[in-house]
Design a protein around this ligand. Structure first.
Ligand SMILES: [Zn+2]
Length: 132
């Protein structure tokens, strides 16, 4: 399944595509929200591994496709805060773990390769001539 925590780790791997190949851009996405168990310790541990700017941008892209009322709060600060209060951690939890991209396309910002998402499963396979 494609949650933003997964998306944050995905870069294009087409042949010769080695720079500006992250983050993949969402297009025509359909989103489902699924409640996940709130685990602040996990979030605090995982935060240093996140590409923060990519996450903030992707949350914006995802929330642009569906009304904010349904999606909940996806607004994250542009910089990771030093003080992690409960409100911030709950927003982060929602953005990372509860937004599921079920259908759509992820596009490489560099080579424009399209990675389709179908039934929540990303197809990261490349055609023969795209494999490095
Ligand atoms: Zn690429």
């Amino acid at each position: 399944m494609v949650r933003l925590i997964t998306h944050n780790l995905l870069a294009c791997h087409a042949k010769g595509c080695t720079s500006n190949n992250f983050p993949l851009q969402f297009q025509n996405v359909q989103i489902e929200l699924k409640e996940a168990e709130f685990n602040p310790t996990f979030l605090e541990t995982f935060m240093p591994k996140l590409e923060w700017k990519a996450l903030v941008d992707s949350a914006k892209e995802a929330s642009a496709t569906i009304s904010r009322y349904i999606l909940g709060n996806t607004s994250l600060p542009l910089e990771q805060p030093e003080m992690l209060d409960e409100e911030f951690l709950k927003n982060l939890h929602h953005v990372l773990l509860e937004i599921h991209v079920e259908e759509g396309i992820m596009i490489c910002p560099n080579c424009k390769h399209n990675y389709p998402i179908s039934n929540g499963i990303p197809n990261m396979l490349l055609a023969e001539h795209e494999i490095g």
